[in-house]
Design a protein around this ligand. Structure first.
Ligand code: DQA
Length: 143
């Protein structure tokens, strides 16, 4: 099983940015924990602050050896129709994740324009949102 873990704008600052909201673990630490937890899975970890690079990465899923992706698109989740269309264009499942409970935050965060193109959404469990997403996706794919 090969899974991409894809993070968008500002997620490189996880651990130091608003730790009360996003937690105090760095993205690197979260990625290491995922590797330790899911030893049988081959991961690729990717982070970018650029919308275009994020779209290119999602597009690259098609025809790749990857079985699917876990995506935290950051604020792009709330307004990027281009990213939503890229997710819809690929046949591999993409799971939307958020560290914070976006439904309990500002109004603009309560809407995601990518959710309908994603297999599912996990939000509000801090770093464990990623763990839950990997668990759910791999169980779904091996069923
Ligand atoms: C986020 C939530 C978004 O609203 C925000 O813009 C982020 C992080 C989260 O993981 O909770 O950058 O995706």
């Amino acid at each position: 099983m090969r899974i991409m873990i894809v993070n968008g704008p500002n997620l490189n600052l996880t651990g130091t940015r608003e730790p009360r909201i996003y937690g105090s673990d760095s993205l690197g630490a979260i990625n290491s924990e995922l590797k330790e937890e899911f030893v049988g899975i081959s991961f690729e970890f990717f982070q970018t602050n650029s919308e275009g690079a994020l779209i290119d990465k999602i597009q690259s899923l098609e025809g790749s050896g990857f079985d699917g992706a876990i995506l935290n698109a950051g604020a792009l989740s709330h307004y990027s129709y281009s990213l939503r269309d890229a997710i819809a264009a690929v046949s591999k499942p993409v799971v939307e994740v958020h560290l914070s409970q976006v439904f309990a935050r500002e109004e603009f965060r309560r809407k995601s324009v990518i959710s309908d193109a994603c297999k599912g959404t996990i939000t509000g469990f801090g770093k464990y949102s990623y763990f839950a997403a990997v668990y759910a996706l791999t169980r779904l794919l091996t069923k």
